[in-house]
Design a protein around this ligand. Structure first.
Ligand SMILES: NC(=O)c1ccc[n+]([C@@H]2O[C@H](COP(=O)([O-])OP(=O)(O)OC[C@H]3O[C@@H](n4cnc5c(N)ncnc54)[C@H](O)[C@@H]3O)[C@@H](O)[C@H]2O)c1
Length: 356
């Protein structure tokens, strides 16, 4: 169990800014951002000045050597995550890491093995789950009130132009590790698995049609869930109106997320009961669900509470592995034209990586 206020070092000052503004700065009873780290000194100074952060350090290893740092929060480009996580765990720190956690199932299993002997806990980021709508949906499903799942659909319809790809790591297999599937739809797919449980089969098509990049920017897919429910997910980076939308149909309820592109977990979701009696049960159940903080606020708060209680992180490396397993199935199906059965282990041809 970890008590008191934890000292955090944020590594990477792009989305790292949102971790501070939306997450740590709203949970000052649990965290203090003591240091920022970035190779870009000007970007780092601007962020440190904005939030009054004392220590500005360019060298990641120097941050790890600071005994007063409790949490290393990794917000660097994806291909750097694996080594930084392993080093931070070896240094005895708690670790927060942005998505995608690492670049293959083999690497995910390596991280999970390293965690077992580590003093610190690792929490991968999946902040889109943190919203009152998604958490209410989770409660209705887990309590059995929703009933048998039938079918559903997810849409990740966002817009990215050439300006977004004017960043050396984006758009390339080697450094971004994937496209709309890996970087953008991964959030919605995490919510789907969080709510509907394991996927048993998946068929997918991918295409690059919007931008002049190596990785995919359009995907469509058909999933069979272990429960027997059927699901589809489509994503593109060429939508003139940006929306994220999840619609799920159950025996006793149809539910639909908000369409907010970057916070579909927020309430209110539409909950349409199948009968008057179901409506009464749903209303009573929803009244008992406590509010959660939005996005990074909710996820960082839940992590602090888990550390204090000595319980597992609210999002685990197994959740991150599941997202990467799904991505591996997507890329394998798209490359072979086959329906892919999950789970995927060391005997799968793309276990060591999905990159072409
Ligand atoms: N969860 C989300 O909603 C969300 C949103 C955006 C990005 N991300 C993820 O966050 C990560 C970073 O994305 P970004 O948009 O902030 O990228 P970015 O390129 O804007 O920022 C990354 C920063 O890391 C710094 N950096 C690179 N190598 C470093 C090193 N060795 N030591 C210290 N700093 C180093 C760079 O100088 C840069 O400032 C990616 O994994 C991305 O997928 C997640």
């Amino acid at each position: 169990m970890t008590q008191g206020i934890l000292n955090v070092a944020v590594i990477g000052c792009g989305i790292g800014r949102s971790h501070i503004e939306e997450g740590y700065a709203r949970n000052l009873d649990g965290y203090r951002v003591l240091a920022v780290c970035d190779l870009d000194a000007a970007r780092m100074a601007a962020l440190a000045d904005e939030f009054g952060i004392e220590r500005r350090i360019r060298d990641f290893d120097a941050v790890l050597a600071m005994p007063e740092i409790d949490v290393i929060d990794i917000c660097t480009p994806p291909a750097l995550h694996r080594e930084m996580i392993l080093k931070a765990l070896a240094a005895g720190k708690h670790v927060v890491c942005e998505k995608p956690l690492v670049g293959s199932l083999a690497e995910a299993d390596e991280i999970i093995a390293a965690e077992k002997g580590a003093k610190g806990q690792l929490m991968p980021i999946f902040q889109y789950r943190y919203g009152d709508g998604a958490m209410q949906a989770k409660h209705l499903i887990e309590s059995g009130i929703a009933g048998k799942p039938y079918a559903g659909a997810a849409e990740t319809f966002w817009k990215r132009t050439a300006a977004y790809y004017d960043n050396p790591w984006r758009g390339r297999w080697k450094t971004e590790l994937g496209g709309v599937l890996m970087t953008h739809a991964i959030h919605m797919h995490d919510i789907v698995c969080f709510l509907l449980g394991p996927v048993s089969k998946l068929f997918a098509r991918t295409a690059t049609r919007v931008n002049a990049i190596e990785v995919e920017d359009c995907v469509s897919s058909s999933w069979a869930m272990e429960s027997g429910a059927l699901f589809t997910s489509t994503a593109t980076l060429g939508s003139e109106e940006e929306i994220s939308r999840l619609r799920l149909h159950f025996e006793h309820i149809t539910m639909e997320s908000t369409h907010a592109a970057y916070s579909p977990g927020d309430g209110p979701w539409r909950f349409l009961p199948a009968s008057e009696e179901a409506g009464e049960r749903i209303a009573a159940a929803l009244a008992a669900v406590p509010p959660v903080g939005r996005r990074y606020d909710g996820q960082m708060r839940a992590f602090r509470e888990a550390l204090a209680a000595g319980s597992p992180p609210p999002v685990t490396s197994a959740d991150a592995r599941r997202a990467l397993e799904l991505a591996t199935a997507f890329y394998h199906s798209a490359a072979t034209g086959a329906d892919v059965s999950l789970p995927l282990g060391p005997d799968h041809p793309k276990y060591a990586g999905w990159r072409p």
